[in-house]
Write a protein that binds this ligand. Sequence first.
Ligand code: NAD
Length: 490
Amino acid sequence: MNLKQQQYINGEWVDAQSGKKRSIINPYNQEVIAEVPEGDEKDARAAIAAAREAFDEGDWSWTPASERGELVTKIGHLIERDQEELAYLESLDTGKTMEESRGDMEDIAGVFRYYGELADKEGGELIDAPVKDSVSKVVREPVGVCGQITPWNYPLLQASWKLAPALAAGNTLVMKPSEITPLTTIKVFELMEEVGIPAGVVNLVLGSGATVGAELSSHDDVDLISFTGGIATGKKIMQSASGNVKNLALELGGKNPNIIFADADFETAVDQALNGVFFHAGQICSAGTRLIVDEAIHDDFVHALVERVKNFKLGSGFEQDTQMGPLISAEHLAKVEAYVEAGVKEGASLVVGGRRPEDPELQQGFFYLPTIFTNCTTDMTVVQEEGFGPVITVEKFRSEKEAVTLANDSIYGLAGGVWTMDIAKAERCAARMRMGTVWINDFNLYFPHAPWGGFKQSGIGRELGRPGLEEYTETKHIFHNLKPEPIHWF
Ligand code: NAD
């Protein structure tokens, strides 16, 4: 593999100080595909010190935003140049199909291009101050040293949402990818070195959440922690970030409702309900795993879903006809199995799937069949908790009000969908759904120009769009008195 299997700290490629390594496993066949350093708190502290020095003493945050933007755009161009290699690494590491990984790489290049362009467009503003002979201006400055922690499901996509805006805004950073999927993130650090990002500005530490992640979120020299991952980890990070009152950006999970009205375009709604869940075997934070279907079409809709699901082709992400790859790990497979068992015990009706496939070719991989539960109610674990696997729950509704009430009955608020040909009904539902993104007659679409993030326990803050850049800035008001005089109050 043509990849530096090392960490990147202060402009140098280094092993873990402890000398420890971690094997990276292909989830399709459990083969070891790489041996990478297993960093710990010491490596994290070295990287934080480098990022601190680069921010406090270096030129990066003073470099004109247009120059920083050009470098960020160039990273996007190199991602396009190396798209095939990056897609290969992503599929090898996550099991997703090459077609999905190629799509991810196009999106990722687009994220770097978007923030490269935006870097010098947010210059601040002059305020018409209610004070004679004065100048009052508001400027946006980088936050400082950013700790960035990413998950395994979209390793490089989630990294790009953090790296591109942080750099465009003039911050320095330490990134920790998921310990099980670090390969494409390592590659992008190679590309950032190639475009000439100065030493110390971007640092990469590999290792577990309990060591490297905890150090980043608790260290006093880190000014902002941006985390994408599960709710339980997000809560821990919030606590450890309180030590020095860090800026906090959390992108957490979702159990996302998809409301299907009887007047929807039936074929398209069925097709997109499947796309909305089964991409990457359901391991998507915004997967529409909670179908809320109009009673009038419920039985036909479920029947159509089941007929399609039965024919899904599971297999290697490198085979042309594979539609769904494996789950990420043995541990995650066991969690999905337990999740489905809980659904059965709680009385949901299992209509398809609910087990591992029997195909002998799939026995080495962490495969799970696409699964559908009907007769679901809001009190069930499978309706309330995120399964993060290829599992749909179906609930019935009788009125528009009931559909929206069900959709909002959740601790999550990441995303949701509504399918209907009635424009006014669609807009009414979208307005009442308590989620960061609502799709009308679509599902799971996102692009760099529009913000992404969750209401309720799905997170704090937004990535992508202008808010995704603002997250990496502090707002400063500078007031200049042009005619200072004594006040004589005291
Ligand atoms: P996770 O929370 O287990 O791990 C995420 C990252 O946090 C990993 O890098 C991990 O090493 C690190 N980590 C673990 N414990 C830590 C600790 N104590 N301190 C600091 N860091 C720690 O999540 P995961 O299983 O990798 O990813 C799946 C989750 O991510 C799902 O819940 C999914 O919904 C969520 N997700 C959300 C979005 C979004 O945009 N909202 C996007 C992708 C994934």
